[in-house]
Design a protein. Sequence first.
Length: 591
Amino acid sequence: MLIALVLIFGWLILGSAYLVKKYPTAPAKKPASAPAQTAPTAPAQAAAPAPAAAKAPAKKSATAKPAPPPAVALPIITGSSAQDMVVENDLYRVTFSTQGALVKSWVLKKFKDEKDQPLDLVDAAASEKLGYPMSLGLADADLQGKLNQALYVATPSGSSLTPPVKLEFTYSDGKVQARKQFTFGTDYVLRGEVSVYDGQRFLPVEVGWYGGFGDHTLPPLQVTATESAVFQPEGADKPKPETLMPSFFGRLLSRESGPPPDKMDIPGPLALAGLEDRYFAGIILPGASDEAFRFGRRVWTPPDFKGKEEEKPRPLFATLGSAQAKPLSFRMFVGPKDLDLLKAVNPPLDGLVDFGWFTIFAKPLFMGLRYIHDHWVNNYGWAIAILTIIINMLMFPLKLKQIRSAQEMQRIQPLMKGIQDKYKQYKLNDPRRQKMNQEMMKLYSEHHINPLGGCLPMVVQLPILYGFYRVLELPIELRHAPWIWWIKDLSAPDTFHPFGIPVPILPTIMVISMFLLQKMTPMAVADPNQRRMMYLMPIVFGIMFYKLASGLVLYFLIANLVGITQQLYINKRMPLKQAALPVRKTVEAKE
C-alpha cells in the first residue's frame, strides 16, 4: 500500500521546470537621496469640485462633452528631508520612508527567517531595483517616477507610532497633489486609500507591491517555486493561485509553446487579490467592484550574484488599480496563513490554505493534529506520530482485508503459473488466450478470491492518506517547529551534520523500515525480476525523501513502524500456507 501511495504522490515531489520572460518595464526605484525642499505652507488636502455640465446645443442628434472643471490652486506641500517612520506593535514592525511614502520593511515579529532573524517580507535589495511596496502606478511614467521619489509630509509626525493609528502622507508641487493614507489596527489588516489630484480631477492610479513577497533568505529558486499571485473573482468558491512559472507537467499536459507571459491583468469585480508564499500572504481586499489586479515577474541580478542566467531571482509583483478617476480604497491582510486568523478577516481568507481535492478529510485531520498538540504533547513531532498511529489503527480492518487477499493470491500462485505455462506459446492477440483468462476467472471463483480485493481497500484509504499528506505540507504551525534533538524544523529536510558531513538520519531509518515491511508482507508477484525491483523501491524512495520535509518523512516512518507491528500480528495469527496446491486439470488447448 505504501509503495502505491508514494507512486501516486511522487509527481508532487519532483522539481518543476520553469520558463519566464523578463517584464519589459520596471517601476521607479527609490533613490538613495533627494534634494531637500521647503514646505511654505502647512499640509492641506485640496478638495475636488463637482464637474460642471455644459449646456446642450440646439441639435438633438449630438451631445456636447462637459466642460472641464476650473483648475484649483494647490498649495506646495513637500518635506525637507527623507526620514523613516516605524509603526510597531506586538505583531509587526512596518517601516515607511517619507521619500515616496513607500514601505521599506514589513517585519512579522513572531516569525523568523531561514537565518533565524525576524522575518522581513520585503526584499530590500530587489525592491531597491524593482520598486518598494506601496509604490504608485500612473499612465504618465514621468509623473509616476516623480511621485515615487518625492519627499512627502507625514501626519502625525514622529519616528515611532503605535497602533491603532492613522498615518497620512501628502505631497504637492502646486500642480499635482498625491496623498496616501494608511490605518493600522491591532490585527494584521491595513486599511489604505491613495489618490492623485491634478487640480481639476483625480487621476486613475495603481498601488503595488514590488520586489517579491515572503522569506527571501531562502535559495532564489526555492523562493520562485513557492511564491505565487492569488486572486478570487466575486462569486468564486476559493482563491486561484497563479505563478507565471508553469510546471513541467502543466506545460506538457497543455502542450503550450513559448515562454509564459510576463504579466497578467485580472479584471474586477474581485473578492481578493495579492501575493503569497507557502506560509504567508499579502492579500488586498478591493474597495470597489471596478478595480482590477495585475501581476507579473521580473528578472533581476543581485549585487553578489555569481550563478547562471536561469538561476537569477524572478520576484513577483502585484498592483491594484482602477480605470476610474477617483481615490483608490482597499484593505490589505499581511501576515501568516493561519486558519484562525484568516477566518477572522471579513470576507474570510481561509481558502488561501488549500488542502486540495480531499479537503473534507484534510481539515478534520488538521484540527485533530492541532488538538493533540495543544492538549496532549505540545510538540508537533509527537503529535504527528500519535495521529499517524491513530489513523493506521482505524484503517487496520481495511489493511487486514487487503493482506488476506494478497495471501490468497500468493497461495494459488502454483495454479496460476500452471495455467499461464499451458498458454504461453500463444501470442497475446491469439483468440486462444481468451480461454486462459476464462480459466483464471474460474480459478478465482473456485477459491472465492476477488482479484481486486487487494486494491479496493487501498483505494478507500487513499483520500485519507493524501489529505494527511497535505496537512503535513501546508500549515504554518509546522514551520520551524522542532521535534527531537537534531530535528529543529519539521517543515525542512532532515539533515544531521556530524563533523560537517550531511547525514539524512530520518530518511535512512525510513528506508530500512520500508525494506523490513516489504520482506514481511506477502507478495502476489511470482516473477523474480519483479520481486527484485520491489526490493529496490525503498532505495529509490529514500533518495526522493532526502529533500522532503522531515514532518512528512516522520509520517511515513511511523506508518512503516505501525505496519511492521501489524504485520507481525497478522503473520502470527494468519500464517501463510506454503504447501503448493495440486495443479487442477484443464482442457487441453486446441492447436
